[in-house]
Design a protein around this ligand. Structure first.
Ligand code: HEM
Length: 745
């Protein structure tokens, strides 16, 4: 073999990631490793202090640069009407518009429009050009300006140069540096295609139940888009068949999933479509592949258009062609005036898409975006006509038509909500243009108005908690429950605010156990505050009580630990809590508290542990943290209903590795306790009878290879102290997850 290439004579068929991959072999396996995607390793700016860098920017200079850029056309992608503003508004709207309230995923926060699948959805056609056009600005301001912030700020600047008053801008969005492979975007395996080319019926059958308009018409959770590869709804109507009434039904459901009410929805659509145009000059089957699978020399740009210059008057984006107004670069009320001032009839674009034009021949026209002196009929999409035919939308439109200032104000507020909805508490907002006003969708908290309790007071409070006689289990359960709503996706939930004491959280079945405990801890809080020496919040006392419980439980297991407690939480008022929007934070499955929504098996095809993994991901846990936290909560007796499932110990309330010992024990064997395999019994192999009972959210830590590998580490004979230390660390992480007031989140 000397001198011969080791590969010589063979075909080379595989390298890292070549298919088949593990996922191809076992598509239904629980992908625990997904907890570690989007980690610091992928982030070249992991040590970068973005907050300080952004705060040091000269926002006025930056905005002036953006506004200059918007009206300076470049030859490789000339602007429509000499103004990039409309296309930048669409880019910003699509960036924010992926947000969904069910799990807080999507949204503008991490600039995920740069990555597949979002980058390559049909609906994001030519947003690749919008971002590339912005590169000189991004390059100039560098890492002090994230893509995520730049895209939204550009949307604001675009609105402003067209005469629209924005409600403010907050920076603080940190970019992601890899594709998001965790988010469930729908069941269809038909990416990147124009909706017309997809098998609509197949797609809708999987994503929707019931017939449009019927009472059982439902969109699968947690989805918010009506259709694969679309941001919200198909502009040509649900089945591409141009039915405006059916379109209105889809719009209401999908915008509702974006947390928008009817008025906000109308304001956004009518406001957005006051600007720009749709592009539909070329048949979809002539358009090249999307960015993710475009040829290398396209350098990340997709949808090559072979017609003429491929841009300007030849541009092909969605397939519908035309503009809604006579002056598409001016904020005015002509969108609604046109919608209501004319009868509209169906027609088709040059690309073949279904759209609408005025029935009356003498209706005003709109200028060509590039060709001097050329005029076109006005255009509406089926989803625009929907606003006229739906009685509720119609009434809102009429109000907006009659009062342009009111419309302007409502669109401005809705745009602000759309683009900031996923940023979490206002303490994360950066820059000089942060709106003064608090909005209910920000889950506002009262201002902090007193000194934070010091060490001596904390010690007194800890003693007062112990004096209540409440059990370690109850205290730990309540503290965990108060923090467990947190989700890193849109930074909602968490212990701050003590919203566990408010509607709707206090009424959730999973929280029933907390009600008397919170009441008792409120007495502790009130008594402490009545003494007048210092002031503490209920939110802090709930968390402190949990810390006390963990210290006592560890001590009972023979380990003295100090559980960190960082005071400074405040108590939200009921009127600062949007009950409907908080209801979305109710868990479907919470493996930590061994909770599965009673109707889960009838409404879901998923196994509970898949939802438990999702919850662990929303809490931002790693696999070891997930294992340790669950193992600790089990031996502390933290099941939501006080049941013994998964409580593999005879010394409940002692922080031990007993759960993991039983889980990994070769002396026990497991059997299904019901046909469906949702509960189990653990029997002694030697015939000693039933040792324990368990759920899927217990046994998954022994059956899944990755979780078992971690469980073995902590079940090992030398791991007790490591287990306690790691439990305390993850406990503190969860308690602190929403403390953006003290961490640089
Ligand atoms: C353009 C659909 C809501 C802002 C478009 C286009 C479509 C569309 C198909 C044409 C894209 C192209 O071919 O270039 C829809 C649907 C909506 C919706 C179905 C919801 C029912 C919104 C919202 C906003 C918005 C909420 C912003 C607040 C715009 C703008 C353009 C546009 C500014 C013009 C882009 C340009 O001139 O390049 N929309 N849209 N749209 N949309 Fe929407």
């Amino acid at each position: 073999l000397a001198g011969k290439c080791p590969f010589g004579g063979n075909t080379i068929g595989g390298a890292q990631t070549s298919r088949p991959t593990l996922q191809d072999w076992y598509p239904d396996r629980l992908r625990v490793e997904q907890l570690h995607t989007d980690g610091p390793q992928a982030d070249p700016l992991r040590d970068f202090d973005y907050r300080s860098a952004f705060e040091a920017l000269d926002l006025d200079e930056l905005k002036a640069d953006i506004k200059r850029f918007l009206t300076t056309s470049v030859s490789w992608w000339p602007s429509d009407y000499g103004n990039y503003a409309p296309q930048m508004i669409r880019m910003a709207w699509h960036s924010a518009g992926t947000y969904r309230i069910a799990d807080g995923r999507g949204g503008a926060g991490q600039a995920l429009q740069r990555f597949a699948p979002i980058s390559s959805w049909w609906d994001n056609g030519n947003t690749d050009k919008s971002r590339r056009l912005l590169w000189p600005i991004k390059k100039k301001y560098g890492n002090a300006l994230s893509w995520a912030d730049l895209m939204i700020l550009t949307g604001n600047c675009a609105l402003e140069i067209m005469g629209f008053p924005t409600t403010g801008f907050a920076g603080g969005r940190r970019d992601s540096y890899e594709a998001d492979d965790r988010t469930y975007w729908g069941p269809e395996w038909i990416n990147n295609m124009h909706p017309d080319a997809q098998d609509d019926m197949v797609a809708r059958d999987q994503r929707w139940t019931g017939e449009p308009g019927s009472s059982d018409y439902e969109l699968q959770q947690p989805l918010a888009a009506s259709h694969s590869s679309i941001i919200y709804v198909n502009p040509e109507g649900p089945l591409g068949d141009g039915d405006p009434a059916a379109s209105a039904v889809d719009i209401r459901i999908t915008f509702g999933r974006m947390a928008m009410n009817d008025e906000e929805t109308v304001a956004l659509i009518a406001g957005g479509h006051a600007f720009g145009k749709s592009h539909g000059q070329v048949s979809t089957d002539r358009i090249g592949p999307p960015p993710e699978i475009a040829p290398m020399e396209a350098m990340g740009l997709g949808w090559h258009n072979p017609e003429g210059s491929g841009n300007a008057e030849h541009t092909m984006t969605n397939g519908i062609e035309g503009s809604w107004t006579q002056n598409p670069t001016q904020w005015d009320n002509s969108y609604l005036e046109n919608l209501f001032g004319h009868e509209w009839v169906q027609t088709r674009s040059p690309a073949g898409a279904l759209q609408w034009m005025p029935a009356d021949a003498d209706a005003p026209t709109t200028p060509d975006a590039h060709l001097e002196g050329v005029e076109h009929p006005l255009m509406m999409m089926t989803s625009d006509i929907a606003l006229k035919v739906d009685p509720v939308y119609r009434e809102i439109c009429e109000r907006f038509l009659a009062d342009f200032d009111y419309f302007t104000q409502e669109f401005s507020k809705a745009w602000h909500k759309l683009t900031h909805r996923d940023m979490g508490p206002k303490s994360r907002y950066l820059g000089p243009e942060v709106a003064q006003e608090d909005f209910i969708w920000q889950d506002p908290l009262p201002a902090w108005e007193h000194a934070v309790v010091g060490e001596a007071e904390i010690a007194r409070l800890a003693q007062a908690v112990r004096d209540t006689g409440l059990s370690t289990s109850d205290l730990a359960f309540t503290a965990f429950s108060s923090a467990a709503t947190f989700r890193g996706t849109d930074k909602r939930g968490g212990a701050n605010g003590a919203r566990i004491a408010l509607e709707p959280q206090r009424d959730w079945a999973v929280n029933a156990r907390t009600v008397p405990v919170v009441a008792r801890l409120r007495e502790v809080t009130d008594a402490f505050n009545a003494a007048g020496e210092a002031t503490v919040s209920l939110a802090d006392v709930i968390v402190l009580a949990g810390c006390v419980a963990i210290e006592d439980a560890a001590a009972a297991g023979g380990t003295e630990v100090s559980v960190p407690f960082t005071p400074g939480r405040v108590d939200a008022r009921q009127d600062q809590t949007d009950v409907t929007q908080f209801q979305w934070l109710a868990p479907v499955v919470d493996g930590f508290r061994n909770y599965v929504m009673p109707e889960f098996s009838s409404v879901s095809t998923l196994a509970p542990e898949e939802m438990a993994l999702d919850r662990a991901a929303l809490l931002g846990l790693t696999a070891p943290e997930w294992v340790v936290l669950t193992a600790g909560l089990r031996v502390l007796g933290c099941n939501h209903d006080g049941s013994d499932e998964g409580v593999f110990t005879d010394r409940v309330g002692v922080l031990s590795t007993d759960f993991l010992d039983a889980l990994t024990s070769t002396d026990l064997e497991w059997a299904k306790a019901d046909d469906a395999g949702t509960t189990f019994t653990l029997q002694h192999r030697d015939g000693g009878g039933t040792a324990f009972r368990a759920t899927r959210n217990d046994l998954v830590f022994g059956s899944n290879a990755q979780l078992r590998a971690v469980a073995e580490v902590y079940a090992a004979s030398d791991a007790h102290d490591r287990f306690v230390a790691d439990f305390v660390a993850v406990w503190d992480k969860v308690m602190m997850s929403d403390r953006y007031d003290v961490t640089a989140g």
